[in-house]
Design a protein around this ligand. Structure first.
Ligand SMILES: Cc1cc2nc3c(=O)[nH]c(=O)nc-3n(C[C@H](O)[C@H](O)[C@H](O)COP(=O)(O)OP(=O)(O)OC[C@H]3O[C@@H](n4cnc5c(N)ncnc54)[C@H](O)[C@@H]3O)c2cc1C
Length: 465
């Protein structure tokens, strides 16, 4: 497409969205050129900034009629190139569709427009005495529509599930402009197939999410956090089993950091110091959310005493204050700060059967050492979910260097029947590796769904499949 047809499409879009809602040429902000991934930035043909669901519907119908591809953008914090504009596509930004429409205390739900930042939803829920259960580092910028479309995970999946577990109702717009979905607040609703699931985690392939009803949780009144050093992953697995048995549903996070990650953070990142006197085999961050400080605090301490007595603990610290908690989490959340230390590198977000995590890390480390001896790698993640993050430097800058590291890490992941993406999604960067985790039949079914809902392949072209 181009020339006259594009001019016609642009004039229809400008008329539908107004000057604030349709940006071209030098008015296109640089932020709309790329998400937070390493994928090369790309200026879109134009930026569509609808303010309402009706405007999304009209804009998509115009683009569909003129066969103009569209890349949907939320907060642009995605890490796999999903929201970086495909070459020759329009960017559809939800940034003007911001706002919490309702908090229903009786139903314990929060209804938000797609562009609402995660942190705004957390704060609004807390002000009403509830917990918004999804949380991760990009909370200030990631949006409701983005977290739904990527089925985001984060630090508390162990307790509250992935985003999918908190989505009760959803409104989305199909590429032809059809508005679909409902503001469902019912936990139980088996009136036929649950169509909202088509849009949760499908990374904008099948429609544009415009509004979501999220389930809220009771606000914890007490939080316990312990930093625990252990010998190895076998001991970590026993600590996890004990935490599950003793803390039950209180257990809200179980994070693991291998010594390579620990050393890189505590030796290089300002403000992150090693609180232990000695180096250890593995570091755990164990968090409990409770309702009663005296009772739940005692349960948490009894769990710690139990693992000490079982000989599982090399050293441990219980956070005594909010600043202790922030300092402990700051070590776990320092992955962005070690990027300059690693230099050009690849970041991985693999999923493993939880029982295989320790063996996976050993196998991955030894395979990297054998095949790419100059690559430096660090390992950390959400051990209880089997979600491990690997950051590994490339031996030579450029695509070949990245492909070499990917081929080692994804090769080992496949051997362990793992997933090439536990939580960040596939986007553009992992598309060629999807076959390591999904069968040809599964990929063909996704293609069929895509053709059924978006026959001209206009939504997020080149992403996922
Ligand atoms: C510091 C940092 C920490 C992070 N930690 C985590 C973590 O712990 N867990 C985790 O899961 N992710 C994490 N991420 C990744 C990222 O924040 C999430 O994937 C987030 O959900 C993306 O939201 P967004 O609004 O920025 O979406 P974008 O980056 O704008 O888009 C992501 C994808 O969703 C699509 N999309 C966005 N909005 C819509 C919509 N309304 N309708 C249809 N499709 C849409 C886009 O086309 C794209 O494919 C982290 C990122 C950073 C930078």
């Amino acid at each position: 497409m181009g020339g006259q047809d594009e001019t016609l499409a642009f004039s229809e879009l400008r008329a539908a969205l107004g000057p604030v809602g349709f940006l071209t040429d030098d008015d296109i902000p640089v932020r709309n050129h790329a998400d937070a991934s390493v994928l090369r930035s790309q200026k879109p043909l134009a930026v569509l900034r609808p303010a309402t669901t009706d405007e999304v519907s009209v804009a998509l119908a115009i683009a569909n009629r003129h066969r103009l591809p569209i890349t949907t953008q939320g907060g642009l914090t995605g890490l796999c190139g999903g929201a970086t504009p495909a070459p020759g596509s329009l960017a559809l930004s939800l940034e003007r569709m911001v706002g919490i429409e309702e908090i229903d205390g009786r139903a314990m739900t929060l209804t938000a427009r797609a562009g609402t930042p995660l942190e705004a939803m957390q704060q609004a829920a807390e002000a009403e005495g509830f917990l918004f259960p999804i949380d991760f580092g990009a909370r200030g910028t990631a949006t409701a529509g983005g977290i739904v479309s990527t089925n985001a995970g984060g630090n508390r999946v162990l307790r509250y599930g992935m985003t999918r577990a908190s989505v009760l109702g959803l409104e989305a717009v199909l590429v032809d402009g059809t508005v679909i979905g409902s503001p469902n607040k019912m936990l139980k609703n088996n009136a036929g197939p649950d169509l909202k699931q088509l849009f949760v985690g499908s990374e904008g392939l099948l429609g544009v999410v415009t509004r979501t009803v999220f389930a809220l949780q009771p606000l914890p009144r007490w939080t316990g956090l312990a930093l625990i050093a252990v010998r190895d992953f076998e001991d970590a697995a026993d600590v996890l089993a004990s935490a599950r048995a003793e803390l039950g549903p209180m257990l809200s996070a179980f994070e693991v950091m291998w010594p390579d990650y620990w050393a890189m953070v505590t030796e290089n990142v300002a403000g992150r110091r090693d609180p232990f006197a000695e180096r250890h085999g593995l570091y755990l961050l164990v968090e409990g959310h409770g309702r009663d400080g005296a009772r739940d605090g005692a349960t948490f301490e009894a769990f710690l005493e139990g693992i000490f007595e079982a000989g599982l603990v090399a050293d441990a610290m219980l956070a005594q204050s909010l600043s202790d908690m922030e300092a402990f989490w700051a070590i776990r959340d320092a992955s962005a700060e070690i990027e300059p230390v690693l230099g050009e590198h690849e970041s991985f977000d693999v999923g493993l059967p939880p029982g295989e995590v320790g063996r996976f890390v050993e196998a991955c480390r030894s395979e990297l050492a054998k095949r790419l001896p100059a690559s430096r790698a660090v390992f950390f993640g959400h051990a209880a979910d089997g979600n491990i993050h690997v950051m590994a430097s490339v031996e030579e800058p450029g695509p070949t260097g990245h492909h070499d590291v990917e081929s080692v890490v994804y090769g080992v992941t496949r051997r362990f029947t793992g997933s090439v993406s536990a939580e960040h999604g596939i986007g553009a960067l992992k598309r060629d590796w999807l076959g390591h985790s999904r069968s040809q039949a599964e990929i063909a079914l996704v293609r069929s769904l895509k053709v059924a809902l978006d026959p001209h392949g206009l939504l997020n072209p080149g992403k996922v499949i």
